[in-house]
Design a binder for this molecule. Structure first.
Ligand SMILES: Nc1ncnc2c1ncn2[C@@H]1O[C@H](COP(=O)(O)OP(=O)(O)OP(=O)(O)O)[C@@H](O)[C@H]1O
Length: 585
């Protein structure tokens, strides 16, 4: 079941749950909004009193003055209470949005990578930014203002009932017609609004893909084709919005006109009862003026029906992230006194395709282990499973004898430094990017790590040294520079387990040697797992694990594998051959 459907009925209960810390503020905003609306109604009562005085032929100024001053004071009170209410409700609404946005971001970190990757980044951004903003009208306006704006007409109606119950009943005549119009608006509303939301998500996903892939698009001159994908998404977004508006607007406008038009039924009734001699003219004046006072709050209350109709879809979208199934991990840290890593009968599937078929491995604490094998054999997958980015689909992986699924994610993250092929850098300074490895690190420690990883020299050549902004995703740096910074960042973390997944893939041979030496120094005593293509970089490893088609073909040292493993020997000979070829050139 989709989240929109599942949470349609409970949308308000979710909103109240999210707003729970600000319950006091919300209540205060409802109270002040109600006072504001009551203040707005009183001047109509004052006006009716003035007209009654005129009809009665009152000649002294003071009663008129009294009602005029009262009307002015209450009118001012209306604006005062409205401003107080709206300030409080907006404060609460934006605080709820900020809290929920933070929880959504934290939630993403607790999901498996599979769950995160299943949703295009543009869609995730759309939900976290635009959709979440959609709860603002409901929290800041609907809750305080709609409640108060409905209370005022009810109060007036009760007063009219006291004056003349027959006219009061007549005043209700237009209400059912207006409600029918509003119900007409709700028919198919969810589906149409959902289509609009879906097309908006698609537009976001396509826009992000277009921007991220702009280099490929330019290179392969695919602009027309890719642009079509983008324009189609833009058109669908526009058309779904137009269809949604077209189908709902007519009912919405009808409701907005009919519900507040109480005078249409009240005036003829008043005239009839007057002619019958059962309703005095001064009461007619009071009733008519009060009915006029009923209109603005009713129109105001009706205008929120659109926001109310949307809220089920919006809450469903937010919950598609907040209620997604997390990697199940305990909260309390476990005691670990060693960092051996062991896999037993490990199986793993991306969706339905199994890519690791019951593999066993053992990486002793403090040793250097290399994963090698043909492309697509499952090396990176194995590394990611150790870092607990996905859960195994069969068997188990333990660290220090404890299943990784029994280790809290925070504790696991603290003990593993993971550097992948395309490590992400944030659009911040070099220094802040490095400091992500250990947030409390001093500038001196950051620089020491950069020196040890062979980054210091190139950093100093950047325009502002350590204070240079690296650009979006590190785009102002070369691939090799980005990788070296990623390694420096991981080294700063000083974790007992280090996983380098093709971490030197973009590095030239000269810098690779620098990094290799740095890594060798920095990981002394740690458990190191290296996913490598260039076999010459891992010949000194304590253990080399040969992965082939999701199986472990062999494991041993360089020398033993050269003797015992045909595939390793073949890969080694190919590697040496290509190296020689490069050197001869
Ligand atoms: N996110 C993913 N979703 C679906 N399939 C994936 C995903 N990542 C990898 N695969 C598939 O899993 C298999 C193993 O991939 P993996 O990246 O582990 O191989 P590898 O040995 O590290 O390859 P390479 O040396 O080319 O990086 C491949 O068939 C790949 O297509």
């Amino acid at each position: 079941m989709d989240h929109t459907e599942k949470h349609k009925r409970g949308a308000f209960s979710y909103l109240f749950e999210w707003a729970a810390p600000y319950r006091g503020k919300c209540a205060l905003s409802v109270v002040t909004a109600t006072l504001g609306v009551l203040c707005a109604v009183v001047p109509y009562f004052c006006v009716s009193k003035i007209v009654t005085l005129l009809i009665a032929g009152e000649r002294s100024l003071s009663p008129y003055l009294f009602w005029v001053v009262a009307a002015a004071l209450f009118w001012a009170g209306n604006y005062l209470f409205h401003s107080i209410s709206t300030t409080i409700s907006h404060g609460a609404a934006f605080a709820v949005i900020a809290d929920t946005r933070r929880r959504m971001c934290e939630k993403l970190a607790r999901l498996s990578m599979g769950k995160v990757l299943a949703r295009p980044s543009g869609v995730t951004k759309n939900i976290i930014v635009e959709r979440l903003d959609g709860i603002e009208p409901t929290l800041a306006h609907v809750v305080p203002e709609m409640t108060s704006k409905l209370l005022a007409p009810v109060a007036i109606l009760i007063y009219v009932f006291i004056l003349d119950w027959r006219v009061a009943l007549w005043s209700l005549l237009t209400f059912p017609i207006g409600m029918l119009a509003m119900m007409g608006m709700r028919v198919g509303y969810e589906e149409k609004y959902s289509r609009y939301v879906k097309s908006g998500k698609n537009l976001n996903a396509v826009a992000v893909e277009y921007i991220n892939g702009i280099e490929v698009i330019k290179t392969f001159s695919q602009t027309a084709k890719t642009y079509k994908k983008f324009t189609d998404a833009a058109h669908e977004s526009a058309h779904s919005a137009i269809d949604w508006m077209k189908d709902t607007q007519i009912f919405f406008s009808l409701g907005m006109v009919v519900i507040p038009s109480v005078l249409v039924s009240v005036l003829p009734a008043c005239v009839l009862f007057y002619l019958q001699g059962t309703l005095p003219v001064n009461e007619i004046v009071v009733i008519v003026v009060l009915c006029l006072g009923m209109m603005p709050p009713l129109i105001g209350a009706m205008s929120y029906s659109d926001d109310l109709a949307k809220i089920g879809t919006i809450v469903g979208e937010i919950n598609s992230i907040l209620e997604d199934e997390e990697l199940r991990r305990p909260e309390t840290n476990v005691q670990l006194d060693r960092f051996d890593i062991e896999g037993k009968a490990v199986r793993f599937s991306y969706k339905d395709t199994e890519v690791l078929h019951s593999v066993d491995f053992f990486f002793r604490e403090g040793t250097v282990n290399a994963l090698v094998g043909p492309s697509g054999s499952g090396k990176s997958t194995l590394a990611r499973l150790i870092a607990s980015m996905w859960d195994v689909t069969g068997g188990s992986i333990t660290i220090g004898g404890v299943d990784v699924r029994d280790i809290p994610l925070r504790q696991l993250n603290e003990m593993i430094a993971y550097v992948s092929q395309d490590n992400f850098l944030f659009n911040e300074t070099v220094r802040e990017n490095l400091r992500k490895g250990r947030p409390g690190a001093t500038d001196a420690e950051v620089e020491a790590s950069a020196r040890a990883s062979g980054c210091h020299e190139f950093i100093m050549q950047l325009e502002k040294g350590y204070d240079t902004m690296v650009g979006s995703a590190g785009g102002h740096l070369s691939g090799g520079e980005r990788q070296r910074l990623s390694i420096a960042r991981a080294m700063l973390k000083d974790a007992p387990i280090v996983i380098l997944d093709e971490a030197t893939a973009y590095t030239d041979p000269e810098n690779e040697a620098v990094i290799q030496n740095a890594v060798a120094r920095l990981v002394r005593g740690k458990t190191l797992i290296v996913v490598a293509h260039r076999l010459s970089t891992i010949t000194d490893s304590d253990q080399i694990v040969m992965v082939r088609d999701g199986h472990i073909e062999a494991a041993g040292t360089h020398e033993t594998l050269l003797e015992d493993c045909t595939l390793y020997r073949h890969l080694w000979e190919t590697h040496i051959g290509s190296k020689d070829a490069v050197e001869v050139k």
